[in-house]
Write a protein that binds this ligand. Structure first.
Ligand code: HCI
Length: 356
């Protein structure tokens, strides 16, 4: 993860800034503006190095480009990473406000080529704070004129993806199936509720004891965080951080299907190939988790109402069916099939062909 390596990146732009007072490093990466202004959330975390922060921003920005393209939204892909001097829960509120203000200044200098939104460790009230300095912000609170949290739309889309994936894998409906959800945040918690309503037996994992207690009281079975990749289930739904299935995990994970909300679930293409060789059907994350983008871009750019957001989000199941059919026809991984669909929309040649 050297900075030299991470800067050999074929996206459109990398912007960085360091604030000595808070010892915080800011990164904005624009992967592509081919289909519209780059957009993607702001993630705040304590990274081992600036190289790691650049790498994370680049991978996440690339995923946003693919998500927008495959979802037919008129936006490009970008992402911001705020590399904090300590974990988010150890940053006091005055420091956090200063950090957000500097981030907002950076975004504003890009003059609308990049629009941000909430991501890991940022929420609607943080978007409100950014919007005091820059207008290029999605997901402000409803009281402040924004579309509010996108968590429910994301969860609804992930639930559609889980159902479509279970069906295609020959599991039928989720009724009576064992579903393991990793991460009980705003999205994962909602996914658990939806899957339980559909009759699934829920196994849940998180690092927060309070969330686990609530899930346990709701009748779900707690799995220790370290056991997630060794716990048998019909469908595994990663709804926490990305990068959790590498080739070794793919070779042994005791599940039949994977569909979750996390971005970049697979560490690389090889992990997808290993899953495929074992008959584990994996929903490409940039297809499955697009509900949040439908909510934010739909409500704030395209003038959609809540029903429009729901209708488009329910379409995620149909998009996945297309991905799965293409993967079967071509004998390629589901990730490669989804990339083909996204790239067809991104390539200037296909755009010209469609226009003539
Ligand atoms: C995501 O899908 O990762 C977050 C959704 C989003 C969409 C557009 C701008 C910011 C965040």
């Amino acid at each position: 993860m050297s900075i030299d390596d991470e800067l050999r990146w074929d996206g459109e732009l990398t912007v960085t800034r360091h604030d000595r007072e808070t010892d915080t490093t800011f990164v904005i990466r624009i992967d592509s503006t081919r289909l519209g202004p780059a957009s993607g959330g702001t993630r705040a975390a304590h990274y081992p190095s600036i190289g790691h922060a650049l790498a994370d921003a680049g991978k996440l920005a690339g995923a946003m480009t693919l998500k927008m393209a495959v979802s037919d939204l008129p936006m490009g892909g970008g992402k911001s990473v705020i590399a904090l001097p300590a974990p988010r829960n150890r940053i006091d509120s005055a420091t956090w406000t200063r950090i957000l203000d500097i981030h907002a200044e950076n975004i504003d200098k890009l003059e609308g080529n990049y629009w941000t939104g909430p991501d890991v460790n940022t929420n609607s009230s943080d978007m409100d704070q950014l919007s005091r300095i820059t207008k290029y912000v999605f997901g402000r609170s409803v009281d402040n004129g924004g579309a509010g949290s996108s968590a429910h739309a994301t969860a609804l889309g992930v639930f559609e993806a889980m159902k479509a994936t279970a069906r295609r894998r020959g599991l039928g409906t989720l009724d009576g199936r064992t579903v393991l959800v990793q991460g009980l945040g705003a999205v994962g918690g909602d996914v658990v509720r939806l899957a339980a309503q559909a009759g699934a037996r829920l196994l849940v994992a998180d690092t927060d004891p309070q969330r686990l207690e609530a899930a346990s009281l709701a009748g779900h079975t707690v799995v220790p965080a370290g056991e997630v990749l060794r716990t048998p289930c019909d469908l595994f739904a990663p709804c926490a951080m990305g990068g959790i299935i590498d080739s070794a995990a793919a070779a042994s994970i005791p599940t039949l299907a994977v569909a979750g909300a996390a971005n970049n679930i697979l560490t690389d293409a090889a992990a997808g190939a290993v899953l495929r060789s074992r008959g584990v059907l994996c929903a490409p994350d940039f297809v499955a988790n697009a509900g949040g983008a439908f909510h934010l871009v739909g409500r704030e750019v395209l003038g959609w109402n809540e029903d429009d957001v729901v209708e488009r989000t329910l379409g995620i199941g149909r998009t996945l069916d297309e991905v799965y059919s293409l993967s079967e026809e071509r004998g390629i991984t589901t990730e490669a099939a989804a990339l083909l669909l996204a790239r067809a929309r991104l390539s200037p040649a296909s755009a010209t062909a469609a226009a003539t």
